[in-house]
Design a protein around this ligand. Structure first.
Ligand SMILES: Nc1ncnc2c1ncn2[C@@H]1O[C@H](COP(=O)(O)OP(=O)(O)OP(=O)(O)O)[C@@H](O)[C@H]1O
Ligand SMILES: [Mg+2]
Length: 467
């Protein structure tokens, strides 16, 4: 690494080694030898002890003892078996350190002047600890980059969000970051695009608006800069949540924050805006990332209603401020941050939010061909009677949503049992298992979306939706 300020970002996780409890990782920022960290070597490193939950910054000059420049014990973000995102901005004489978007140390004096010689930067483990690293990124900072605050001593502080009025203490911020990592960051939602029947136009629009910008950010710059907010709207049960979750599963590299209104409101009543702010902060630290808000109308309905609670109004304002922060960001070479939201009552959304969710994709009731594919998909493990004509069944299911079609299939798969089970002996019941079932629209499941509802979505789509 050439001399000069740089930033190092890495997601690291540590697990105990065989027969040793050690879980220690070093982020080497300036090191003249990589063979070992013995007294002969000259280094500066961030030491993360996942076993004792301590963060330290250490410096050692050749033939001198190791100096601890900074130590923070009881760091809740260091949890065995969990990834933590570390960001270091190394200026040679001072450094900034943050963990999962929470600023831990700012302007920490290091008393090291880099002589210009090439030194090593990287990750090392202690003893038999085992470390997993993903998304390692090293980037030069502008030569004239100066630390954010002129200060001669190190401080532990929380970086304020954009124009936010919410005050949060460092330990609160750390707790929130832990909650986010534990409850909201999703690894695998197990929904694939192949599982979703039909909706070809919506899949194409999502691919262009969300997936491609994440996979090839360099192409989506300038006029082609990606949409920062994408809304999927349409009648209930049409696959909006499924589509959003499928996005999470199709690219490995992104962090998907599943922010359901239940997590954001019930558990954190009164604290929601703090959690929201921490969410955006963490998402920024882990780009490329998607913040997914399911049923966003329940979180951000129109402001100013008589029954509106003060906390809810504050939450909405905080959300809009963060969305503005996203929209005003110019090109982001490091990766993108999106808000992806779903709603089945888009007309209830706050107008200011509607404007910020720039791309609005209509997820309609499935067409006949899509209904055939859904029937095939839902009934793939069921033995059907020979005269079952799925296209004919699909043609009878007009106005049925995906969820309704699934319900029809469930009801139908139960029907032979209903007809035959009455009064049978256990032996006769066993005999039933080899018989097929047949599907019909026998009237026991009605469509859940009325003509009027559909008309309302189409009208909203004409007025505010994207093509
Ligand atoms: N296009 C589809 N392909 C396959 N299954 C579907 C489809 N649409 C809906 N389903 C079925 O319906 C269920 C509900 O879908 P989902 O939760 O995505 O609906 P939604 O549009 O988010 O509804 P809501 O607006 O009520 O939240 C899914 O679990 C799935 O089984
Ligand atoms: Mg849903």
């Amino acid at each position: 690494m050439e001399s000069g300020p740089f930033s190092l970002t890495a997601e690291v996780k540590c697990v105990p080694g065989e027969q040793t409890p050690d879980q220690q990782v070093f982020l080497l920022l300036d090191c003249t030898s990589v063979t070992d960290l013995s007294s002969g070597c000259d280094f500066c490193a961030v030491r993360l002890s996942f076993d004792t939950r301590e963060v330290r910054v250490e410096s050692q000059k050749r033939n001198a003892t190791t100096q601890t420049l900074f130590a923070q014990p009881g760091c809740a973000l260091l949890r065995p078996q969990s990834y933590v995102t570390v960001l270091v901005e190394f200026h040679g004489e001072t450094m900034n350190l943050s963990l999962s978007g929470v600023s831990v140390a700012l302007n920490l004096p290091l008393n090291r002047s880099r002589s210009g010689e090439t030194t090593n930067v990287g990750i090392a483990v202690y003893g038999k600890s085992r470390c997993y690293v993903r998304r390692f990124r090293l980037a030069a900072l502008p030569k004239d980059a100066v630390p954010e605050v002129e200060q001669s001593t190190c401080c532990v502080r929380v970086v304020p969000g954009p124009e936010s009025a919410v005050g949060t203490t460092a330990s609160e911020e750390m707790d929130l970051a832990v909650t986010i990592e534990r409850d909201i960051v999703c690894q695998d939602l197990k929904v694939r695009f192949e599982d979703i029947g039909g909706l070809e136009d919506a899949k194409r629009a999502i691919n262009e608006a969300v997936i491609l910008p994440l996979l090839m950010p360099e192409f989506f710059v300038g006029l082609r800069k990606p949409w920062k907010g994408v809304l999927l709207f349409g009648p209930p049960g049409t696959g909006k949540t499924m589509l959003a979750k499928a996005v999470a599963s199709c690219t490995e590299n992104i962090t998907f924050f599943n922010c359901s209104s239940a997590t954001l409101t019930s558990k954190w009543r009164g604290e929601s805006e703090k959690l929201l702010r921490a969410l955006f902060q963490t998402a920024r630290a882990r780009v490329p990332s998607i913040l997914f808000f399911d049923e966003i109308d329940s979180l951000l309905s129109q402001r100013g209603g008589a029954a509106e609670h003060e906390a809810s109004r504050r939450f909405k304002s905080e959300f809009l401020i963060h969305m503005d922060g996203l929209l005003s960001e110019t090109g982001d070479q490091q990766g993108h941050l999106f808000v992806l939201a779903t709603s089945n009552a888009p007309w209830d959304l706050d107008e200011a939010l509607r404007r910020r969710l720039e791309k609005r994709i209509y997820i309609p009731l499935p067409e006949e061909a899509a209904r055939v594919r859904m029937l095939e998909h839902f009934l793939k493990d069921i033995v059907l009677a020979e005269d079952v004509d799925l296209p004919l069944v699909a043609s009878q299911l007009e106005r049925y949503s995906g969820a309704d079609v699934q319900l029809v299939c469930r009801e139908a798969s139960m029907s032979p049992m209903r007809r035959l089970v009455d009064g049978l002996t256990p032996a006769e019941l066993v005999q039933l298992r080899s018989e097929g079932v047949w599907v019909c629209r026998d009237g026991c499941v009605q469509p859940s979306v009325s003509h009027n509802d559909t008309r309302r979505y189409v009208e909203w789509q004409k007025e505010f939706g994207s093509q």
